[in-house]
Design a protein around this ligand. Structure first.
Ligand SMILES: Nc1ncnc2c1ncn2[C@@H]1O[C@H](COP(=O)(O)OP(=O)(O)OP(=O)(O)O)[C@@H](O)[C@H]1O
Ligand SMILES: [Mg+2]
Length: 322
């Protein structure tokens, strides 16, 4: 892509200090998010996906140490004073969490809570203005004003998550981060919410960073994907080429674990073994202990990302199809 990135991550490293050592949760991360881009970050639980996204927005626990550059609008967000960060978080870059729907108070009507949020950020706005804006946003997620008169307990998880998605757009952000935003929903509701995410990507021209362990969600909503494993990015590229022609043995295993993506395959291969201990420093490839292709070199020398096809990058000494 020739355009300038909206958000550019360079050598981002995030660790958590613990009494038994440093948990290396995100290592040497280099990624770009462009305008109208939808980038998926996929990987199994504990691979560091949320750490990466929340680290950039300074939303991590106190024992986190974040280094590197995350340049947004010419500013490095890493190390930015909290006051400046507050003018970016939610307004320029908003977040929808898996549990966002639990963040409503049970004692006030949903409408009152939304209006309060709107007023905090647009202090001079009239009620008519905020009513108009809120109605329009609810429409994006297929809801009507009716929900405004309801209480949290009167709405389903899917409806509440939709309201959170609508709220994430309230200040016209440039980027929306979805962190497992559809994971807690049943399959049918998940499908509907995915449809709404796609619509808002299209209608609002926001860029999205979509974090999930489910590569089929990425396939539906994203144009590019970064595959993360144990704190490292293994492969990045256009969704179609990564899914149809995965080059990293980890991505190949991940995709073969999802039967719907590999029609005709009789057996789900999966990936034997478990994530390594992130406190241990590994000189070679972090995936080597589980990798069917691993050789001596892989245990000794960490593979650097290399461009294997157009905009398709893979960090493996022996990448390629079987
Ligand atoms: N405050 C913390 N202190 C120490 N380790 C932490 C802390 N927060 C997260 N971790 C560890 O960092 C690693 C990455 O966690 P993270 O939540 O980023 O993974 P994830 O890919 O988002 O997983 P999931 O799919 O389960 O949400 C895990 O090993 C986790 O246990
Ligand atoms: Mg997570």
């Amino acid at each position: 892509m020739t355009q300038n990135p909206l958000l550019s991550l360079r050598d981002v490293n995030i660790g958590y200090r613990t009494p038994s050592g440093m948990v290396r949760a995100a290592n040497d991360i280099n990624l770009d998010l462009f305008e109208s881009d939808a980038l998926g970050i996929v990987g199994e639980s504990g691979s560091g996906k949320s750490t990466l996204a929340m680290g950039i927005l300074d939303l991590l626990a106190d024992n986190a140490e974040v280094r590197g550059q995350a340049v947004f609008n010419g500013k490095n967000l890493i190390g930015l004073p909290e006051k400046e960060m507050r003018s970016i978080r939610w307004r320029e870059i908003s977040v929808v969490f898996q549990k966002s729907m639990n963040s409503f108070s049970p004692v006030y009507k949903i409408g009152e809570q939304i209006h309060d949020i709107y007023k905090v950020h647009r202090p001079g706005s009239s009620r008519a203005e905020s009513d108009g804006a809120i109605t329009r946003l609810l429409g994006v997620v297929n809801l009507t004003d009716r929900v405004l008169g309801m209480y949290q307990h009167q709405l389903s998880g899917g409806m509440l998550q939709r309201i959170c998605i609508a709220l994430s757009l309230i200040f016209d952000p440039k980027i929306v981060v979805f962190d497992e935003a559809t994971t807690a929903l049943d399959v049918v509701t998940q499908g509907q919410v995915i449809g709404e995410i796609k619509r808002l990507q299209h209608d609002f021209h926001v860029s999205s960073l979509l974090i999930t362990h489910d590569i089929s969600v990425v396939a539906e909503t994203c144009n590019r994907v970064a595959v993360m494993y144990a704190g490292y990015i293994m492969e990045t590229g256009p969704v179609r080429s990564v899914i149809e022609e995965p080059l990293h043995p980890y991505t190949q295993g991940l995709i073969s674990s999802f039967p719907t993506l590999e029609s005709g395959k009789k057996m789900i291969r999966g990936i034997p073994g478990t994530l390594p201990d992130l406190k241990e420093e590994v000189p070679g490839c972090i995936f080597a202990p589980r990798c069917p292709k691993a050789q001596e070199k892989c245990r000794k020398q960490r593979p650097q990302p290399q461009e294997a096809a157009t905009q398709h990058t893979v960090a493996c000494h022996f990448w390629g199809r079987d």
